[in-house]
Design a protein around this ligand. Structure first.
Ligand code: PHE
Length: 458
């Protein structure tokens, strides 16, 4: 066992750890999903609920996952096997694997759209774009059927190639340099959006809280979004934690990642909603929101088209690093638990993802080939993969992780790991963390579940 630990790669330093983890958290979730889910659920009040979920559920679950990963230096299945003989907890691993597949089925489809937008922008498809032409173009992009399937394939091919090259070289290099650039570009976008006529309506939508918008379904969506955004509840952060070095500060890394990730999401909101209102579009437009607004943000700007290409290019990178972290959960499991060669594990999983993922791609829009097929409570494949992963599997996985680390793990082991063998003087913080994890986190999760099933009402 010792040998296995030594052979495993790890990230090279504190900053690399931060950026690699951020590379998993920041992705389509911030730039594509956060704005459209906020738009569908009425804006500011939803964001407030989301922030509460991040603080009291997201950060504690992230610390717990880091604990499990770095303590064992294993993938999620192997880690739980090492930590407890009780097979019940292996459910966390099984759910993690399932969730990774479900997310990838539709995430690879949206990543394909983003990749295709780089080329559309390069070709000049967005010169003189209007609100109408932007939505027509988006419709054409997703309905396909062949082009979106081909783009999905290209996105998966890129992910697979990086994964075959390995953790250190692949993930680290890309994230360290490009995340800061993406950050700057979103700020540029936001500043531009704020100068559009009528921008203040968008800001009001984002920041003026109106609780009448909050329904149990919206609260579940906020919780699901927090898990999805921070890559939690499915073992990604266990796997990343397993690559951390012994001087990584697990609590502060979690807090920093959560804060930075939230800032990126809010900035994306500031770029998108003023544009939505300025051009008389609908905030509840759904998954096309990003693709219909961003070309408008950059139109009529000097060098607008170059900025547009850069924006979609960097979004594609963010989507790719996030996908790498999702598929890495599968690869670590296949190689470490099932003895596959890394390259075979990557190829087999890419094939599974593409086969099932094509169902998402072919059902992404009402006008798509499978657009009217309902598979789960009136939802098509695309929405079903999303709903089951974010709103069911991840929160249940998170609840189990919180209960496991809160109640089963020995306090001394937690203290040793979270204080780096008492090198950090943070006992007070660790104790607070443990109480939150034992009380607030599970209670909030259970309330959200029961209310969304209508078992309790506010
Ligand atoms: N957090 C990523 C995003 O926002 C998605 C993701 C989910 C990544 C789960 C890893 C695990 O795009």
């Amino acid at each position: 066992m010792e040998k296995e630990k030594i052979n495993r790669e790890s990230f090279s330093g504190t900053l690399a750890v931060f950026f690699a983890t951020l590379g998993s958290a920041v992705g389509l979730g911030n730039i594509w999903k956060f704005p459209y889910v906020v738009g569908k659920n009425g804006g500011a009040a939803f964001i407030l609920v989301y922030l509460i979920c991040v603080a009291f559920v997201g950060i504690p679950v992230m610390v717990s996952e880091f604990y499990i990963g770095r303590k064992t230096h294993k993938n999620v299945m192997g880690a739980l096997k090492e930590l407890t003989p009780n097979p019940l907890w292996k459910t966390i691993g099984v759910f993690g694997i399932l969730t990774a597949y479900f997310i990838m089925f539709y995430y690879s489809c949206v990543a394909g759209w983003v990749y295709s937008y780089i080329f559309k922008a390069l070709k000049g498809d967005f010169t003189n774009v209007t609100a109408d032409s932007a939505s027509t173009l988006f419709g054409k992009t997703v309905v396909g059927p062949w082009p979106p399937l081909v783009w999905q394939f290209i996105a998966m091919a890129v992910v697979s190639l990086i994964l075959i090259k390995g953790v250190e070289k692949g993930i680290e290099r890309v994230t360290k340099t490009l995340i800061p650039v993406l950050f700057v570009l979103i700020i540029v976008c936001g500043i531009r959006a704020l100068t559009l006529p009528g921008a203040s309506e968008g800001l009001k939508f984002l920041f003026k809280v109106d609780f009448s918008q909050i329904t149990p379904g919206a609260i579940l969506a906020a919780m699901g979004l927090a898990f999805f955004k921070l890559s939690l509840g499915m073992g990604t952060m266990v796997t990343y934690g397993s690559y951390f070095t012994k001087d990584t500060n697990l609590i502060s890394t979690s807090a920093k990642v959560a804060v930075a990730d939230t800032i990126v999401s809010l900035l994306a909101g500031i770029a998108i909603f003023p544009t939505v209102f300025s051009f008389g579009m609908k905030p509840e437009a759904g998954p096309g929101l990003l693709f219909m607004t961003i070309p408008l943000v950059f139109s009529k700007l000097p060098f607008g088209n170059i900025l547009l290409v850069a924006f979609f290019f960097l979004t594609a990178i963010a989507a790719t690093t996030a996908m790498i972290s999702i598929v890495e959960v599968l690869i670590a499991y296949f190689t470490e638990e099932k003895g596959f060669k890394r390259s075979s594990a990557v190829i087999i999983n890419a094939i599974i993802i593409l086969l099932m993922g094509s169902l998402a791609t072919l059902s992404a829009d009402k006008a798509s080939v499978l657009g009217n097929l309902s598979v789960f409570f009136g939802k098509g494949f695309f929405d079903t993969f999303d709903f089951i992963s974010s709103n069911i599997l991840m929160p249940i996985g998170g609840l189990l992780i919180a209960l496991f680390v809160g109640y089963i793990v020995k306090k001394q082991s937690l203290i040793n790991e979270l204080s780096n063998n008492e090198n950090l003087k943070n006992i007070g913080l660790i104790t607070t963390f443990k109480y939150v994890l034992m009380g607030i986190t599970p209670i909030l999760l259970i309330i959200v579940f029961l209310s969304s099933l209508n078992i309790i009402k506010f």
